[in-house]
Design a protein around this ligand. Structure first.
Ligand code: FES
Length: 618
C-alpha cells in the first residue's frame, strides 16, 4: 500500500467512497466523496499526542474489538496516509466545556472540527472494481456458542490474537484468563458448503489453507499446544499447498474428519466440550478443548448491491460479481471498460488476487494505450420514422446505453454504441419496431423461422437459444454425442432477451407445434438484467396464448447453461414428448387464430399510421 501511495502515477484516495458513475468506456465520469477526516493528512505527523489526551474509549474495529481506540486514532499501523482521523460520532466535540483537548495538544494545528466531506469529480477511461469481500458472521450457528462462550473465536479474531501487531503483540492467549491455551480446535467450513439453509452453499476457497497456516504458526510459536482440526474435506489444491498440509500433519496436528454437532462450556474451567461423529472411524467422539476457532467463510460485500448498480454489473447466484466470460474474459465485466479483480469476483487467496489484479491492469492498459476502442458489431440502432418516443428502450437497457427520447422536443432516443453490448432486449421490447439489432435484425430472425417451418412444420421443434449458454449447451450435447431429437431447430440470439413476441407468434402461425425459448440461468445472463425482460415477455406471451384459446404449455422456457449438455438433450427429448400431444387440429386452429389476430393488428397499425400522417400534415 505504501508503494501505491508513493507512486507518481497513482492518486490514492483513501477514506473515500464512489458516489456516482456515469458514461461509458473511455469516458467514465466518477464522483467520489472524500470523507471529512477532521485532521489534515498532509500536516499530521502521527505523533499520537491527540490520542493520548482523548478521553473517549471505543472498541478498536481493526483489532476485532480485543483492544480499544480513542475517538481520534490511527486506523491501523500501516495506514496510508499515515495520519490520524477523528471519528465525529465518537468525539465529545470542541466545546471547551465538553472537550476539545486534542485541538489544544496538537502542535501542528492540523485538527479542524469544521472539516466537511468533499465531492470530487474525475474523468477516467477504464475502471477496475476490486472492492473485496466480507467474512461470514457465524452467530447463526448457535450450536457452536460463538455468542455465549468467550473462548470460541473466529479465524479473523485468531489472526489478530496471533499477530505481532495485534492487541496482545502476538502473545496468543485465551480471552477468559489471558493464558496460553493447552489445546485448541478449529472447525472448518463454518458458513461454507452448507446445505441446511444457513451460510452459503459454495466453498470459500481460502479457509482450509488458512487453518493449515494457523496450525503451523501455533506449532512454531507454542510447540506444546495440542491442535485439532475438524473438517469435511481438506481442499489443498494450490501450488505447494499439499506439502504444507502434510507438514502440518507431521507436526502432530490432529485432523478429524467430522463436524461437531454442539459445543458446551464448562462453567468452572471455561473449557469447551465438543461432540463429533468421526466419519473415518464411524464413532462418536468427545473432545475437550481450551479454545475453539471457527473457520468462517467468505461472503460478498454487504454493500455489493450499491457497487453493482453504480457500475451496471451483474452478479452470480452467490452474489459475487460476474465476469464477462468465465474462460475467455475472466477479468472483464460485462460493461465495456470495467474490469474486476480479487474477491469481488469470487473467494480467492492472495496469490490468485494478485494474478487477477495484474491481468485486470494489463487488460485496462491495452485499452488505455490504444486510446481508442472498437465498438461491438452487434449493437442496436434507432429507426426514427417508426419511433413514438415512448422511451421503453432506454428503460429496458441494462447498460444505460440508450439516451431517453424527449417527445416535446421531438428528440429521438440515441444509442451510445460504445456502451451498447448488443443483448437486443430493447429491440424485443419496442412494440413500434423502431429499434433494430445489427446482425440480428427482425428480418434475419424471421427468415430463419420461415425456413425452419417451410417443410413439415408440424414436426419441427423451434428453439430460440441464447448465444452464451443454451446454444453452447446444445454444442456441448453435440460434442458429447448425447442423443436428442433430430427435429430440434435452433435459432441463435445473443440473449434470450432478444426473443421478440413476434418471432414466437410467427412460428405458431406457420404451424409450429412447440416453441422453446432458452437462456442462461437467471443470475448468469451475460447482459446483466436482460433476462428479466425475457421472463416478463414470456409471462405476457403465455397470457396471450391463453386468451386466444391456445395451449400455453406449447411455449416453453428453459434455463440451460453452457456446461449442461445433458440438460439440453433432456429438454429437447421432453419437447418431443410434448410435441406428440399436439394434434393437427390444434395446430390448424392456432394458425387460423393467429392469422386473424395478425390481420387485426395490421389494420390497427395502419389506422394509427394514417392518423399520425394526418396529425403531421395538419
Ligand atoms: Fe443468455 Fe442473457 S445472455 S440469457
Amino acid at each position: 500500500m505504501m508503494d501505491v501511495g508513493r507512486h507518481p502515477n497513482v492518486e490514492l484516495m483513501s477514506f473515500s467512497e464512489v458516489e456516482a458513475v456515469s458514461g461509458f468506456v473511455g469516458n467514465f465520469h466518477v464522483t467520489v466523496r472524500k470523507k471529512a477526516r477532521y485532521v489534515d493528512p498532509k500536516e499530521c505527523n502521527s505523533c499520537g499526542e491527540c490520542a493520548k489526551i482523548c478521553p473517549v474509549s471505543k472498541p478498536d474495529e481493526y483489532q476485532e474489538g480485543f483492544s480499544s481506540r480513542k475517538a481520534i486514532y490511527l486506523p491501523f499501523a500501516q495506514a496510508v496516509p499515515s495520519a490520524y482521523i477523528l471519528n465525529m460520532d465518537d468525539c465529545l466535540g470542541n466545546n471547551p466545556i465538553a472537550c476539545g483537548k486534542c485541538l489544544d495538544v496538537c502542535e501542528k494545528k492540523c485538527i479542524d472540527y469544521d472539516d466537511q466531506d468533499e465531492l470530487v469529480n474525475i474523468e477516467v477511461g477504464v475502471v477496475i472494481v476490486a472492492t473485496g469481500m466480507d467474512v461470514y458472521d457465524p452467530t447463526e450457528y448457535d450450536e457452536y456458542g460463538y455468542t455465549r462462550h468467550e473462548n470460541v473465536i473466529t479465524s479473523m479474531e485468531f489472526e489478530r490474537l496471533i499477530c505481532a501487531g495485534g492487541p496482545t503483540e502476538g502473545h496468543f492467549m485465551r480471552p477468559t484468563d489471558q493464558q496460553l491455551p493447552k489445546s485448541i480446535g478449529f472447525i472448518q467450513c463454518v458458513g461454507s458448503r452448507s446445505q441446511d439453509g444457513r451460510g452459503n452453499p459454495y466453498c470459500s476457497n481460502i479457509c482450509c489453507m488458512n487453518t493449515v497456516k494457523d496450525t503451523l504458526l501455533l506449532c512454531d510459536h507454542y510447540p506444546g499446544v495440542e491442535v485439532k482440526v475438524f473438517y469435511m474435506d481438506i481442499r489443498a489444491f494450490g501450488k505447494g499447498f499439499e506439502d504444507l498440509y502434510m507438514r502440518s500433519k507431521e507436526e502432530g496436528i490432529k485432523y478429524i474428519r467430522g463436524i461437531p454437532g454442539d459445543v458446551i462450556e464448562d462453567p468452572q474451567t471455561k473449557n469447551l466440550k465438543l461432540t463429533v461423529e468421526n466419519t473415518t472411524t464411524g464413532k462418536l467422539e468427545n473432545h475437550e478443548l481450551e479454545m475453539l476457532v471457527l473457520s468462517q467463510g467468505v461472503i460478498p460485500r454487504q454493500d455489493g448491491d450499491k457497487i453493482k448498480q453504480l457500475m451496471t454489473l451483474s452478479t452470480t447466484s452467490d452474489g459475487f460479481i460476474m465476469e464477462s466470460h468465465p474462460k475467455l474474459k475472466p477479468v472483464d465485466a460485462p460493461t465495456k471498460g470495467v474490469y474486476i479483480a480479487g474477491c469481488v469476483e469470487s473467494p480467492k487467496d492472495i496469490k490468485d488476487s494478485v494474478t487477477q489484479a495484474g491481468a485486470a491492469a494489463a487488460r485496462a492498459s491495452i485499452l488505455l494505450n490504444a486510446g481508442e476502442t472498437k465498438i461491438e458489431a452487434i449493437t442496436s440502432g434507432i429507426n426514427g420514422d417508426l419511433c413514438n418516443y415512448c422511451g421503453v428502450c432506454s428503460k429496458v437497457c441494462p447498460y444505460n446505453a440508450i439516451m431517453a427520447p424527449d417527445k416535446k422536443a421531438r428528440k429521438l432516443p440515441v444509442v451510445i454504441s460504445a456502451a451498447c453490448a448488443g443483448c437486443g432486449a430493447c429491440a424485443a421490447e419496442c412494440n413500434q419496431d423502431a429499434i433494430y439489432m445489427n446482425h440480428f435484425r427482425d428480418e434475419q430472425i424471421l427468415a430463419q423461422v420461415d425456413a425452419i417451418l417451410d417443410v413439415e412444420p408440424h414436426k419441427q421443434l423451434v428453439t430460440f437459444a441464447c448465444n452464451w449458454c443454451s446454444y453452447a449447451g446444445g454444442d456441448m450435447a453435440g460434442t458429447s454425442r448425447l442423443q436428442y431429437p433430430t427435429t430440434s431447430r435452433l435459432i441463435r440470439t445473443m440473449c434470450s432477451g432478444r426473443v421478440d413476441e413476434k418471432f414466437v407468434m410467427r412460428a405458431f402461425r406457420l404451424g409450429a407445434p412447440m416453441v422453446l425459448v432458452s437462456g442462461c440461468h437467471f443470475a448468469d445472463c451475460h447482459y446483466i438484467s436482460a433476462v428479466v425482460w425475457t421472463q416478463k415477455r414470456m409471462d405476457k406471451m403465455w397470457n396471450k396464448l391463453d386468451k386466444l384459446g391456445i395451449r400455453a404449455d406449447r411455449l416453453q422456457l428453459e434455463w440451460i447453461s453452457a456446461a449442461e449438455g445433458q440438460k439440453f438433450a433432456k429438454v429437447m427429448r421432453e419437447m418431443e414428448d410434448k410435441l406428440a400431444t399436439v394434434t393437427m387440429e390444434e395446430i390448424e386452429h392456432t394458425m387460423k387464430v393467429l392469422t386473424e389476430e395478425e390481420a387485426k393488428e395490421a389494420a390497427k397499425k395502419a389506422k394509427k399510421a394514417e392518423s399520425k400522417t394526418a396529425e403531421v400534415s395538419s
